[in-house]
Design a protein around this ligand. Structure first.
Ligand code: PEP
Length: 256
């Protein structure tokens, strides 16, 4: 897989929103506002049905395209599923292990590790979501949960793969709630994950991995996170508003 430097990464997860024409219009708007810059890469992740149109719209633009999920088998009788082979050429990135998939669709740590493996085989960069529920947070388990999900996701990952791996620390209670995690707390959990990856692969290799924060990020609170050792954002709700999303990208750029 091609090597790239460690830029900050801003990912818009459009979830199950927008028809194909609506997704295409949003991509066109973002394309006009977000230009090539050195320190930041922007990604949007539309639904599967909009992937083709959005990737055509954003061809030769500063914005990369991601998928929201993948199935780990290559092809076959898996009605409704989409494989990494099918995503190749359409998506540079793919989100895996989002808490909504873990909670509503029973996605396990094992599934996540298999999906990561399949994506790497097809040169697609995984964005792996990790993070604790409210209950686990109240029980003081934020670091334990994030590290254990990270460990499981890295099961088939080699040292050489690390520069193509991104984690997104997304406390489940912060997603869509309007209550973002405190930047100090996010940094603490992220540092614990970094420490674990260093123990596993060594300092130099582990420095290549990016760890984003996600959970109720907006243009205003992004500034606080950017003062911390955080490599970017996974943005849900605010990524559907082109002005707000562009502002988050600009804020990140100013601090990069
Ligand atoms: C997400 O779903 O990944 C997310 C971070 O959502 P929101 O920004 O809406 O909290």
């Amino acid at each position: 897989m091609a090597k790239e430097g460690k830029k900050k990464l801003i990912v818009g997860n459009w979830k199950m929103n927008l028809t194909v024409p609506e997704a295409t219009i949003l991509a066109e708007r973002l394309k006009k506002e977000i230009v090539f810059v050195d320190g930041v890469e922007t990604v949007v992740a539309p639904s599967f049905v909009s992937l083709y149109s959005v990737s055509e719209t954003l061809a030769d633009s500063a914005i990369s395209v991601g998928a929201q999920d993948v199935f780990y088998e290559e092809n076959g009788s898996y009605t409704g599923e989409v494989s990494a082979a099918m995503l190749r050429g359409l998506a540079k990135y793919c989100i895996v292990g989002h808490s909504e998939r873990r909670i509503y669709f029973g996605e396990s740590d094992r599934d996540v590790s298999q999906k990561v493996k399949a994506l790497l085989t097809y040169d697609i960069k995984p964005i792996i979501c990790i993070g604790e529920t409210l209950r686990e947070h109240s029980d003081g388990l934020s670091k334990v949960v994030a590290v254990s999900e990270a460990e499981a996701a890295l099961r088939f990952v080699t040292k050489e793969d690390l520069e193509n791996i991104t984690f997104a620390y997304e406390p489940v209670w912060a997603i869509g709630s309007g209550k973002a995690c405190h930047p100090d707390d996010a940094e603490n959990v992220i540092q614990a994950v970094q420490k674990f990856i260093k123990a596993l692969f060594g300092d130099k290799a582990a420095d290549k991995i990016r760890i984003l924060y996600g959970g109720s990020v907006n243009a205003e609170n992004a500034k606080g996170f950017m003062k911390k050792n955080i490599d970017g954002f996974l943005v849900g709700g605010a990524s559907l508003d082109h002005e707000e999303f562009t502002e988050i990208v600009k804020t990140t750029l100013k601090s990069s």
